[in-house]
Ligand binder design. Sequence first.
Ligand SMILES: *[C@@H]1O[C@H](CO)[C@@H](O)[C@H](O)[C@H]1NC(C)=O
Length: 146
Amino acid sequence: MSNPINHLQRKPSYLPFFLLPLLTLFHPTRGEVGTSAQYAPPFLPTACYGYDPGQFPSSNLFAAVGDGIWDNGAACGRQYLVKCISAAEPGTCVPDLVIQVRIVDFVLTAVSPPSYDGTTMVLSDTAFGTIANSTASSINIEFQQI
Ligand SMILES: *[C@@H]1O[C@H](CO)[C@@H](O)[C@H](O)[C@H]1NC(C)=O
């Protein structure tokens, strides 16, 4: 350690090993990464609750899920935290805004088509427009069941 240059060069190699667990620990959502499209009314009937108008949260933050999450209908009523992380067009995401959505439908049988096919989760137009520029057709998301 008598040579100060050696000391400085060694520092960056161990620094990330200290920081990585801390960043992971304090990350707001430790979820999975996927994609989202949006869909607009009409929303009824849904695969989960048919014509029941009480199925939508008053926030209008809800979603239909694709094959990967649908789980043969077990996904109905689950709550997810969703955050927009990136999109094809820079500046599309509202940075660091996390919303909570309720699952009410299955994308493949939903009455209204998604703005983009094959996504993980199709957000209501209200939900999508809360975390991203509503003119986008798809975004990359981080999501976590709660
Ligand atoms: C949303 O995206 C459109 C198309 O890229 C752009 O013209 C508009 O300025 C954006 N709106 C906001 C609020 O960033």
